[in-house]
Design a protein around this ligand. Sequence first.
Ligand SMILES: NC(=O)C1=CN([C@@H]2O[C@H](COP(=O)(O)OP(=O)(O)OC[C@H]3O[C@@H](n4cnc5c(N)ncnc54)[C@H](O)[C@@H]3O)[C@@H](O)[C@H]2O)C=CC1
Ligand SMILES: C[N+](C)(C)CC(=O)CC(=O)[O-]
Length: 476
Amino acid sequence: MSRAAIIGGGVIGGGWAARFLLNGWDVAVHDPDPQAERKITEVLENARRALPALYDRALPPEGRLTFHADLAEAVAGADWVQESVPETLALKHRILPAIAAAAGDAIIGSSTSGFKPSELNAGGGRAIVAHPFNPVYLLPLVELVGDATTCTRAAQILRGIGMFPLTVRKEIDAHIADRLLEAVWREALWLVKDGIATTEEIDESIRMGFGIRWAQMGLFETYRIAGGEAGMKHFMAQFGPALAWPWTKLTDVPEFNDELVDLIASQSDAQSGHRSIRELERLRDDNIVGMIRALRRTGSGAGGVVRAHEAALPKPSEQDGLPVTAARQVPTSWTDYNGHMNETHYLEAASLATDRFMELIGAGPDYIAQGRSYFTVESHVRYLDEVRAGEILTITTQVLAGQGKRLHLFHRLWRGETLAATVETMLLHTDLTTRRSSLPDLAVAEALGVWASRHAGLPAEGAGRFVGAPLSSVPA
Ligand SMILES: NC(=O)C1=CN([C@@H]2O[C@H](COP(=O)(O)OP(=O)(O)OC[C@H]3O[C@@H](n4cnc5c(N)ncnc54)[C@H](O)[C@@H]3O)[C@@H](O)[C@H]2O)C=CC1
Ligand SMILES: C[N+](C)(C)CC(=O)CC(=O)[O-]
């Protein structure tokens, strides 16, 4: 079992703790704040409802969370130590050498938003910058800066917990992303200070427009398209001069006095003060999950990272002599006003199981790319028990028949030891060019035949039922 130590368990340390724990690492936290345990527990609750919802496959069993009053005790035996104390250099200079003294050969990452490794390590220590983005348990980006060998090792570990390491080749104040964010933040402060726009109007200007674009194509690819058929060169010719007019005030910083802080804080209270921070976090998380899931379809941005991570997760094998074709946690978004998994998602889960079974007989993505596939022509779902958010749904698949064009499957959806549903599905092999049913390739037919004969003698209680069949045939 891998082990992470989190030094400083606030907004970012709590997010790191959740990211590691939900990817199966044990996590030891050191934070002198007496409220740290409560805060991390609350963040973890939010993370548990959000992170697994990105995946169609179950994450590893959650690791163990412990709290330690002593820094050296928290760090001992860790493979990764993440420093996330407040952004003051003097404090980091005190903490990082103490971590190095206790950390053995563990990787030491600092969450610093702006300090360079050379500044961080000037007080002793050997940290690299591992700068994450809030919420750390959902957003994949981590900027790595520092010793090249350590960054390479670190990148591999971070990929293993579903993150996207971006190595910054040259150390620089605020790395890459925070330089961009600060430019926007500074300009927004001017707009509020000058009475041009409120905090709410600025937020609308982002979320109704370019904010949606950025998650999927970033800045340069977006602007390339904005140049029309002539692309980037035309875009730059048209909008380059505006940089010199200038449209922005980026070189100036508004004075950060009480007046400005009160102005921004009061507008922010008016905008969002009716919701608690935890509520806002849940709203943010549900939206981020929905967006990343949409990006999974095309493999763009964070969606591509989740897809790659999911492919590397262990595949479940067998149960009751049948292949386990899906195992996943039920996300909150699958539940409805009755407080349980909505009917549509039983079919969605079964569809994942069918896809996996098709892979098992050699009719996976490569086969489909050659123009052959299976189409579902009929399904029958029996809803036998409730399934709630957070529970692991495990699906086994039995071949009832598999000759010629026909593929007749019986999926059982298990909630632990309880049979929660069965989905009986008939599929026909189809030529994707003619859109007509056709015989499968010999290799697929043979593989299917092996599964069919292996499953031939197994019971399949509930298969063959139809809507309106006597209820006595429904298992108690
Ligand atoms: N909040 C954000 O949006 C982001 C912050 N960061 C960086 O992460 C780091 C932490 O920032 P936040 O989590 O936002 O701050 P925070 O104020 O939420 O949390 C800091 C935590 O460190 C604890 N702490 C203070 N002294 C300590 C000590 N001697 N030993 C152990 N723990 C101690 C505090 O009790 C607190 O819980 C900073 O370097 C910041 O720049 C990075 C990315 C985003
Ligand atoms: C505001 N901030 C500089 C602390 C922001 C970050 O460092 C990254 C983020 O999550 O926006």
